[in-house]
Design a protein around this ligand. Sequence first.
Ligand code: NDP
Length: 483
Amino acid sequence: MAKLFKNYINGKWKASASGGTFENVNPANQSEVLGRFQKSNKKDVNEAIAAAEEALPQWRATPAPKRGEILFKVAELLLQQKESLAQDMTREMGKIISETRGDVQEAIDLTYYTAGEGRRLLGETVPSELKNKFCMSVRMPVGIVSAITPWNFPIAIPSWKLVPALVCGNTVVIKPATDTPLSVVNFVKVCEQAGLPPGVLNLVTGSGSDVGTPMTEHEKVNLVSFTGSTDTGAVIASSCARNMKQYSLEMGGKNAIIVMDDADLELAVEGVIFGAFGTTGQRCTACSRVIVHKKIAKKFTEMLVARTKTLKLGDGLKPKTDVGPLVNESQRTKVDNYVQIGTNEGAKLLTGGKYATGKDCKNGSFYQPTIFADVAPKMRIAQEEIFGPVASVIRVKDYDEALAVANDTEFGLSSGICTTSLKYASHFKANAEAGMVMVNLPTAGVDYHVPFGGRKGSSYGSREQGRYAAEFYTTVKTAYTAP
Ligand code: NDP
């Protein structure tokens, strides 16, 4: 029988009150069960939040540089264990080993950077209006944090939430996605080894409705940090608004790359390939719309299709694999449904569009990298987040039309342009309606020490990463003193 993994509450690994478990399956080889995890419920959540409440006074009283020292140790342990963490992650959710190593590396870099915030939680001192009155602001912990994370960056995204929350003096309960509990169990074990005191970080596995909902509704929770779909984000937003909690939401995207007629086409092809098919298209920053100037549309599309056909599908642990499976069967069905929708809408299927069933793919949730041409900007495949290896080529007559099409979406996470023109690049950086703008780069691929996040339906609340994270996980107190 597959190995049993438990919740982590108040410094102890313990079974759920429900007595139930669920299985975690390798999407590249569905007969491999990686483990059984706790099917937790509201009782477990209440226990974890009680532990976080009990640990809070001592943790918030620990000097921030000392909290940072424990987190530096977390970074060192992540570095030591990087390869095994990456291998577990590939087996758990399918992305290729070079990408899962990158996922862990992002957590390492972010943790080193953010642990240093323990010495940089800056406030202000300002002159007062009154004589002999001293006026300052300081940053204080917010309290108890609920962190709810998705499956596509199973260690990086938890690190974006946990590390800043902890260095700022908050205590945390985390719920990983049902598809990736193992990576978060591994991360929490590292935090335990680093010496994080009991109750400061608690882990509860289980479904969104049984665990996520009570984590967002509990009266003792002060802040909810969520990454996932826009639909779930809307549910969490209304719950937090009703209960006066602070919250931030990182959600979906429908990111575009514009390819102008003066672009370096080989560079543009590589950017689109990485953006559209990296992580099998399951990134919030994936490039799913390719907006191409009519003068180079034919040549560029031929180059893109030819390059797409060279991609090798298979188990992400094999070094020659370029594209792994989708995370599960329901994601594969969703992608296939969108391919049917695109075909019915009149888009032209140039390559892909089917389940991949070759010898390296027969046991997993593989889907052929897919490209549509003749896509109109208002088609559903050009408007809705597919979250799979599907790119839509949209032909435009000039830069103005390209920009209008790029911005014509309910999302606003990342947006890119390939051009050698400073004029277009500068105008695009100023006018793209997105939180992140890329020139001659893929829409995905970000640095951890600058803000991450978007506009419109992609994000709500504070940016993650960089110094913005420390601002979100603290509350400002203004203090006046007179002699
Ligand atoms: P979901 O919204 O389905 O799930 C995200 C997390 O929320 C999971 O842990 C899920 O649990 C949990 N959840 C589900 N329902 C509720 C609820 N009612 N209350 C509280 N928690 C709930 O998204 P996916 O996991 O499918 O992730 C993919 C999505 O995430 C994509 O849309 C993608 O764009 C977005 N994303 C955004 C990023 C960004 O930074 N902008 C980065 C990465 C992904 P369970 O797994 O048990 O259902």
